[in-house]
Structure formats: structure tokens, C-alpha cells
Ligand binder design. Structure first.
Ligand code: GLU
Length: 548
């Protein structure tokens, strides 16, 4: 077979050579050990937690080593593409703080190794496709869908491996004349790789997450170019990651089964093989067993979910770090205020079997994260969230920023800050009562008769002075307790509740209900300080009126 003639027949328009491409995309001038890696998502319109896990892994590996992180859009599957998906992708990753040094951006490409959208790279793939054909390592296949289906059926009936290999590779050794005739008839073709591998052979391979693997050679003549001339993932992966000078490929472990083929391809093309970081799936507990997070069953897989719930980006980031590197939590305890980027991330610490995602843990991490923020920061982030997801609440927050910030400052700072909020969505149920529009009418515990409640509220109102410090304030509450025959001795009460008609806690609860409409609230003294004399007194008065 005259492979040169075949290459000229299949790719008459290709004039560039691998050498010109090597010159156009030269080796990067980086220090020894600098990691060049990428995110290479397909624009399906759905950005999930797995994208973020891989993105953060890639980002840390690149930036921690003084390397480069770039974004490549893998849009070869036009059928799956959703309009606007690239923008959603870029904006979502940006929201989570993943900064790309180069690659696809909203306004086009930035960087010298582009284009960074695969559909714009067709001419580049064809240069290498032509080279493989010219060297006898690839050939056109004119099989129809029906022929492939029949082949598969026969393989299944014979209990053989399925696929286009060995004696089933119908077009592997066809003559140039046969091929010329098909082309002349205008029949569509795909380009296949001519595999010299055998499933009898195995070799060792080192993956940065999975460790040492034993791999079986590939014997299938996989497709390199589809009939429209667009490459498969495999071919694009080899060409792009070579020309973009990727040193480390961070990707999901669903690609492990085709890794033997990728290794073969890099070799056939004369490319240096990058290092691989194959990340296991995100799992969750379902009852007592683990299963993969699923797009269909688990809304928490979508990154939009975290935004809508109002998890701060910092919390999601911290949580993912705890999932990825088991020593992150210890580091965080020892360095509570350090920027998360100071942590030394290692892909070797990733769980090879996949990480367990635990929503309760995320909530915990988020509570800690929010508790560490200043009231001003909480106000800013909460307002930003509310503008998008609860405009009515946003209006109230923005109408009186100092009031809102004072509310959010309650219990903040100090050694043991309160951990009331895990998400911004929880803020309204937590602090809404400060706003008259969200205040619930008080419902008092029926254990106490109305007259007792009224007496407590009357007495409190009589001596309420906003200038009191919390000690004086509480002494007044205790005095009222004794005056109505309740006890301030909680120990004695616990020993024999039947000996008392009530306690100081019951008295506080009555005042709390009158002022907040709730059985639970942040520190009542602080609440009154923020509400001020007029509003507090007004609320107590209306509670008394409602009781009469
Ligand atoms: N487009 C592929 C995917 O979304 C990328 C895999 C890779 O990073 O190489 O799975």
C-alpha cells in the first residue's frame, strides 16, 4: 500500500506539517517542576461538583508549582451543546475563584496556545491525521451503521469481546483502489487507528492518584476522526495536550478504560506522555451503602444548588479541600486565619476510590466559615445573595445597612463566636423578626396563665432602661422572677421541678416571645440593644394589649 498516496487522497487540503505546528506552539519556558494543566469540560450547560473538584485540583497543582492553568472547551459533540453553556461554565468557575491563566474566555481566547475551542482546531487535527495515515498508522473505514451492528451481534453471539479489532477490522487492509472507489462514490468514512497492541500483553503504569496500575494493551482500531472530520475525545486529547504543552492531565477516572489507547496514540504520534491524575467519582451515603452522586437523583450535584442555597464560596472551597486532602482540616485548625492557598495540596492524598460527599459536613464547615467572617462581610455577601434570591429581604437589608450589620454582629467575634448560619437562606428565619414586616405574633406557653405573662411584661416594661448593661438588665429579670414567686435557682429547680411554679428561664422566655415572636433567638439583651428602646417597648406593649 502506498500510504503517502492514501494520505494525499484523504487530506488533499492539508499543507501544514507537524514541524510547523511544533514551531507555532513551542515548549513553554517554565521552571523545572512547573505543572501545566487544564480544565477541559464539555459545554453541556450543567456544571457540577465534580467539575469543581477537578478544577480545584488542577488549579492548586498549577499555581502551587508556578505553572499554568488553562481552560479548553471540548465542544466536539455538537449534539450535546447547549447555547450559552460556555458562558455559564466560565462564570461558574470564576464564581468559585478558579482563575485561568489562559484559554477560552467569554470574549474569545487569551493565550498563545489556542484556539482553545476544539471545533476551531479541525485543521490542526487533520495535520496529525494525515501524518498517521502517511506512516501507515491510520486508515479510513467505510463501514455502515448496519455493518457495525451486525459485527457486534456476531461478537456477542460468539461471546467475544466487542469492538473493531483483529479479524473484525474490515477496512484495515483494504487496497488503495477499494478506498479510491468509495471516495469517488462520495461514501462517508471515519479515520481509524491501526492498533498493534494485543490483549495478551500487560504493562505497568503510574497514576498520581491511583498509584501503580497494571494495564492491558489496546487491540481495538478506535475512531480518530468522525465522518464530519471532527476528532473523537481520544485523538483531540493527544493532539491538544501535546501542542498546549500540558504536563499533567487531571480528569475523571471514567477515562481509565481508554488510557491504554491514549498511551498508544501518544507513542504513535511521537509525543511525550503527560502525567495522569485520574480522579474518582464523588460518592454519597445512601442508607448504609455508598453510591455515586447522580445528576438525576441528587440536586446537590449541581453547582447552581450551592449558589441558590447561599453557601459562601469560601465554605464550598474549604469543604472541597477537606474532602480532597485528609490533612487539610488539621492544617486549618492550626492556621485558622491563613488563606486557604497557603495549604500544601497534594494529588497523592486523593482517595483513589473516589471521595465521599457529606452534606452535613459541608454545613458544618460553612457554619465555621461564616462565624469567622466580620459582620460587614456577612452583610455584603448576604445582601448580594438576597438581591438574586430574595429581593424583598434585600430591600430591607439595603434600607438600613447599619441596623442589619448590628444584627449580624450579635455573638460575632471573641473566642467562641455563635454558629447560627450555614447558608444565606437561613438568615431570614434567623434574623427576620428584627423587621416588623417579618415579625410573628407572639404565642405564649400555655403552661402559664395570661395574668402571669402580663404581670411579667408589665414589670419588665416599667423598669426597662436601654442604658443598662447586661448585668443590671439580668438582675432586673431575676428580681421580677422572685416577685412573682418563680425561682432563680436552676439547680434546686432541676432537683425538684414540682416544688416551683416556674423559673427565671420561663420569665426570660416570656419576654423573648413578646419581643421576637420566637422561642429561640440570639442573646436577648443584645437583641434589645439593637432594636433600641422604642421598638422593644412598642413590641412589649402590643403583646400586653393582645393578651388583654
Ligand atoms: N471533555 C472531557 C470531559 O468532560 C475532558 C476530560 C479531560 O479532562 O481530558 O470528561
Amino acid at each position: 500500500m502506498d500510504y503517502q498516496a492514501l494520505a494525499a487522497l484523504l487530506f488533499p487540503h492539508v499543507t501544514d506539517t507537524p514541524e510547523t505546528l511544533e514551531q507555532r506552539y513551542p515548549a513553554r519556558n517554565l521552571a523545572e517542576g512547573a505543572v501545566v494543566t487544564r480544565m477541559a469540560p464539555s459545554p453541556t450547560g450543567f456544571v457540577h461538583l465534580g467539575n469543581l473538584v477537578m478544577g480545584l485540583t488542577a488549579e492548586r497543582m498549577a499555581h502551587q508549582s508556578g505553572g499554568v492553568l488553562f481552560l479548553r472547551v471540548e465542544d466536539t459533540d455538537a449534539k450535546r451543546e447547549v447555547p450559552g453553556a460556555v458562558e455559564v461554565l466560565i462564570n461558574t468557575l470564576k464564581h468559585y475563584g478558579i482563575q485561568f491563566d489562559e484559554g477560552a474566555t467569554i470574549d474569545g481566547d487569551s493565550g498563545c496556545y489556542g484556539p482553545y475551542r476544539q471545533r476551531q482546531r479541525a485543521a490542526i487535527y487533520h495535520v496529525y491525521a494525515k501524518k498517521l495515515v502517511a506512516e501507515g498508522m491510520a486508515y479510513p473505514c467505510f463501514c455502515t451503521e448496519a455493518e457495525l451492528a451486525a459485527m457486534r451481534e456476531q461478537q456477542e453471539a460468539n461471546k467475544e469481546n466487542t469492538g473493531y479489532y483483529g479479524k473484525y477490522a474490515m477496512w484495515r487492509d483494504r487496497s488503495l483502489e477499494d478506498i479510491q472507489a468509495q471516495i469517488a462514490a462520495g461514501n462517508p468514512w471515519v479515520l481509524r487507528f491501526r492498533s498493534e497492541g494485543s490483549i495478551e500483553n500487560q504493562f505497568k503504569f503510574d497514576d498520581l492518584v491511583k498509584g501503580k496500575l497494571t494495564i492491558t494493551e489496546n487491540d481495538v482500531d478506535h475512531v480518530l476522526l468522525k465522518s464530519d472530520g471532527i476528532p473523537t475525545y481520544h485523538f483531540a486529547h493527544a493532539v491538544d495536550d501535546h501542542l498546549m504543552r500540558t504536563t499533567h492531565v487531571v480528569r475523571g477516572d471514567e477515562w481509565l478504560p481508554t488510557l491504554p489507547f491514549h498511551i498508544q496514540l501518544f507513542k504513535a504520534l511521537g509525543f511525550k506522555l503527560p502525567k495522569y491524575v485520574h480522579i474518582g467519582p464523588l460518592m454519597k451515603m445512601d442508607g448504609t451503602s455508598k453510591r455515586k452522586l447522580s445528576k438525576r437523583k441528587d440536586p446537590e450535584l449541581a453547582l447552581t444548588f450551592y449558589k441558590a442555597e447561599g453557601f459562601p464560596v469560601e465554605a464550598v472551597y474549604e469543604y472541597i479541600m477537606t474532602v480532597l486532602n485528609s490533612n487539610f482540616e488539621d492544617w486549618r485548625r492550626a492556621n485558622p486565619t491563613a488563606p486557604a492557598d497557603d495549604f500544601k495540596f497534594s494529588p497523592k492524598k486523593l482517595n483513589p476510590a473516589g471521595s465521599l460527599f457529606d452534606y452535613a459536613k459541608l454545613t458544618d464547615v460553612s457554619k465555621n466559615e461564616i462565624a469567622r467572617m466580620s459582620a460587614e462581610k456577612v452583610y455584603a455577601l448576604l445582601t448580594e445573595w438576597a438581591k438574586e434570591f430574595d429581593p424583598d429581604f434585600a430591600e430591607k437589608l439595603e434600607a438600613a445597612p447599619e441596623f442589619a450589620t448590628a444584627i449580624l454582629a450579635i455573638g460575632r467575634g471573641g473566642k467562641k463566636p455563635r454558629k447560627d448560619l450555614a447558608t444565606w437562606k437561613e438568615a431570614k428565619p434567623y434574623m427576620g423578626f428584627f423587621y416588623d414586616a417579618y415579625l410573628d405574633a407572639p404565642v405564649f406557653d400555655e403552661k402559664f396563665d395570661k395574668a402571669t405573662v402580663c404581670t411579667v411584661l408589665d414589670k419588665f416594661l416599667e423598669r426597662f432602661d436601654i442604658a443598662d448593661d447586661s448585668g443590671v438588665w439580668f438582675d432586673k429579670v431575676k428580681a421580677i422572677t422572685e416577685e412573682i414567686g418563680f425561682t432563680t435557682d436552676m439547680k434546686a429547680y432541676k432537683a425538684d421541678p414540682s416544688a416551683f411554679s416556674g423559673t427565671v428561664a420561663d420569665v426570660s422566655a416570656m419576654i423573648r416571645m413578646a419581643v421576637t415572636g420566637k422561642t429561640n433567638s440570639p442573646d436577648l439583651y443584645s437583641v434589645m440593644q439593637v432594636l433600641g428602646y422604642q421598638r422593644t417597648a412598642q413590641r412589649i406593649r402590643s403583646a400586653i394589649n393582645a393578651l388583654n
